[in-house]
Design a protein around this ligand. Structure first.
Ligand SMILES: NC(=O)c1ccc[n+]([C@@H]2O[C@H](COP(=O)([O-])OP(=O)(O)OC[C@H]3O[C@@H](n4cnc5c(N)ncnc54)[C@H](OP(=O)(O)O)[C@@H]3O)[C@@H](O)[C@H]2O)c1
Length: 265
């Protein structure tokens, strides 16, 4: 368990996923987590769920913390950081905001602040996440090692350069929405053919989790994994054809293109 006191500025979806995952695997003590957000009543309700400490201001959170996680929306970052940058100078600052790479933070933080940019996804909440970490940072080697060790308890950690942070963030951060849509669609199909919805969702979810694990453990080519399920003249290959007729793979690639195009606007 880490000795760090963790501060969180902006306790929304992704901060709760990150903290929730760390608490689930007992990598952090809930008594050492200090959080703030824009709306205090809502914050108290969310803090209660995780048994962490809510505060009215970012200043109080920073005072209690060794590591400060910045988890507000990207467009809010500059305004939130401006009044607290002096206090952040003596802390280890971790940002999860999309599009806020190391160089951009250098323009709004005080010189020599120890900071790093990461991008977690929502399955981090159940310690099955992905956390993309930018290779350029101003942490000491020791701080970096401790942070990576902590993050690895909840996620596959991928360290990448600025150029690849965006696509990696999309591939891991946006796709849980598409995976959920796939589960929902399989659920509808199961219901259409007589399964209960609960049973259909359970089967679809475990199939997705298991197929991912199979790849990670065996590292067979995804095409070979598909071929292994398709017997000659069998049932599965007919479904593959139906998916191709409906542009399944093109639809997936187009979705990622759409995300990347939107990021560039
Ligand atoms: N969601 C994802 O899957 C994902 C993945 C990777 C990275 N990210 C990044 O994570 C960041 C947060 O995203 P999210 O999805 O978690 O958003 P969210 O659920 O809307 O959370 C944003 C949080 O910021 C708080 N906040 C707003 N203004 C504030 C202020 N002035 N001071 C302190 N807190 C303030 C909000 O408080 P109230 O709720 O009280 O308004 C809320 O708790 C974004 O920068 C996003 O790019 C998200």
């Amino acid at each position: 368990m880490t000795n760090w006191n963790l501060g969180v500025i902006g306790f929304g979806n992704i901060a709760q996923a990150l903290i929730g995952g760390l608490l689930k695997v007992q990598a952090v003590d809930s008594d050492k987590v200090h959080v703030c957000a824009a709306h205090y009543d809502k914050l108290c309700r969310n803090a209660e769920k995780f048994q962490v400490h809510p505060y009215q201001t970012a200043e109080e959170v920073i005072e209690k913390s060794d590591v400060v996680i910045l988890a507000v929306k990207p467009y809010q970052m500059e305004k939130v950081v401006a009044p607290i940058k002096g206090l952040l100078k003596d802390k280890l600052v971790v940002s999860v905001a999309s599009g806020w790479m190391f160089d951009r933070f250098e323009t709004i933080l005080e010189a020599n602040t120890h900071h790093i940019t990461i991008s977690p996804n929502t399955p981090t909440a159940v310690a099955e996440g992905i956390i993309i970490v930018q290779d350029k940072h101003s942490l000491t080697d020791f701080e970096f090692e401790l942070l990576i060790e902590l993050l690895k308890k909840t996620a596959l950690v991928e360290v990448l350069d600025a150029e690849h942070m965006s696509i990696a963030g999309t591939l891991s951060g946006a796709t849980p929405a598409y995976a959920a849509m796939f589960i929902e669609a399989l659920g509808d199909a199961g219901v259409k053919h007589g399964l209960t919805r609960a049973s259909a969702y359970r089967l679809a979810s475990q199939m997705l989790a298991g197929t991912g694990k199979l790849y990670l453990e065996h590292q067979d080519h995804p095409g070979a994994m598909k071929d292994a399920v398709c017997s000659p003249g069998g049932i599965t290959i007919v479904g593959v054809e139906a998916l191709e007729q409906n542009g399944f793979r093109y639809a997936v690639m187009s979705a990622i293109d759409a995300c990347q195009n939107k990021k560039q606007q």
